[in-house]
Ligand binder design. Structure first.
Ligand SMILES: NC(=O)c1ccc[n+]([C@@H]2O[C@H](COP(=O)([O-])OP(=O)(O)OC[C@H]3O[C@@H](n4cnc5c(N)ncnc54)[C@H](O)[C@@H]3O)[C@@H](O)[C@H]2O)c1
Length: 383
């Protein structure tokens, strides 16, 4: 057989991310394409071992996709010689313990973000993975979105001149669960279960800002709970103890000012669920998940402020669409391909546990800023 089979324990595969993005859209999609080419010409072939708490759900998913390997016993799965990778898409609070077990079993680890509940634990996982000599990575899917890839292309091409500011808007209305069901799991709205929009979204903004623009040097945030009670999956009312909106200002190295609003209590009047506007001396861009539009200094209009007159210009129409110029695959799949090549061919993989720990750190310090009403400098992690 011309295949390199790679046993991958997928824990949390019954969840939204584990099932749709990681199993179906990434690993099974790679198999549908005949595997991933390895350096020696063979094909890397993911062999998923589904792990979770409910035998019925695991069996149902396995049967739906023609898979046979599933278990509710994580230790048993980790003890197998034909397993090389442990992947974690469980609720965040269950993650650290499971990753530790996988490191002890000598498996390479790939995980959803956030890496851990707090920075100390995330740093400790990094050190443990390095000490064990296993490879490690954290999902940073937004970097692989077409819109943000185009934005990165503009930065690399020098389009902006000197970048002045970045403004991000993320969010949509998450229904309270009473007269219409909520479209996100209820644990996201309980801090005791690892919920909260800051711990969910600040890790994303950390890597987006760091990789596309510059490292984050300080954070100042207002973080609140706008909707105080919600209704869970079983119809019971619960107190929303976690934050559902985080308004953050981040200073980046080199003086770029980034502001990112994240909210599950906002209605969308944008083209996409997340959008970043970047303004530079030579041009500006607005990027979403897929699209990106630019305005060069030479085509910038000269509006004059006059509240007595209706707007005379169609500002949106003055922007130009950035072409794709390449085919964009699913972002989760692209990052999986990098990780599989990292494991099989030792290819570079910069999105490691140290990077994941920086994401956790930004969320933690953002929450501290909101609690204390202070701007907080981001120290380098002592790895
Ligand atoms: N990269 C992204 O864009 C992105 C988006 C959403 C969520 N996530 C991350 O993915 C992880 C899973 O989020 P999700 O939205 O798929 O959640 P989900 O509630 O849909 O799935 C959670 C999974 O964890 C399992 N689980 C294990 N122990 C559990 C316990 N004690 N209580 C409840 N569930 C338990 C569930 O069975 C399920 O398989 C989280 O860490 C979250 O931060 C990442």
């Amino acid at each position: 057989m011309n295949r390199v089979p790679i046993g991958i324990v997928l824990n949390g595969v019954t969840g939204r991310m584990g099932y749709r993005q990681h199993l179906v859209r990434s690993l099974l999609a790679i198999r549908d394409e005949g595997g991933l080419p390895a350096g020696d010409g063979r094909r890397i072939w993911p062999e998923p071992i589904l792990v979770g708490r409910s035998p019925a759900k695991l069996q149902e998913i396995a049967e739906r996709h023609g898979l046979t390997d599933w278990t509710t016993d994580l230790d048993e799965a980790l003890a197998r010689d034909d397993v090389q990778i442990y992947f974690d898409a469980q609720v965040t609070q269950q993650r650290e313990k499971a990753i530790r077990a996988a490191i002890e079993a000598g498996k390479h680890i790939y995980t959803e973000k956030p890496l851990a509940d707090d920075t100390a634990a995330a740093v400790d996982l990094y050190r443990a993975a390095v000490a064990a000599g296993v490879k490690h990575g954290v999902v940073q899917d937004k970097l692989f979105l077409p819109g943000l890839r185009k934005l990165a292309r503009l930065v690399e091409g020098g389009f902006f001149g000197r970048i002045l500011s970045v403004r991000g808007e993320f969010g949509y209305w998450v229904f309270e669960g009473d007269w219409q069901s909520a479209q996100r799991p209820s644990w996201n709205y309980r801090s005791q279960d690892g919920g909260g929009i800051a711990v969910d979204m600040f890790p994303h903004w950390q890597y987006v800002l760091e990789r596309i623009f510059a490292p984050v040097r300080s954070v100042q945030a207002t973080i609140v709970t706008h909707i105080p009670s919600r209704v869970d999956e079983s119809g019971a009312v619960y107190e929303a103890t976690a934050d559902d909106a985080a308004y953050g200002t981040f200073e980046l190295e080199g003086g770029i000012v980034a502001q990112v609003n994240s909210s599950w209590a906002v209605r969308v009047y944008r083209d996409e669920l997340v959008e970043f506007q970047v303004d530079g001396t030579h041009g500006s861009a607005v990027a979403g998940l897929r699209e990106c539009h630019v305005q060069h200094r030479a085509t910038t209009p000269k509006p004059v402020w006059n509240p007595d007159l209706p707007a005379t210009e169609q500002f949106r129409a003055q922007w130009q669409r950035v072409p794709d110029n390449e085919e964009f695959d699913n972002g989760f799949k692209v990052q999986w391909e990098h990780f599989l090549r990292h494991v099989v061919d030792d290819a570079a993989f910069p999105w490691d546990f140290a990077a994941g720990a920086r994401g956790v750190q930004l969320a933690e310090l953002g929450l501290e800023s909101a609690r204390t009403g202070r701007r907080i400098d981001i120290p380098s992690l002592d790895l």
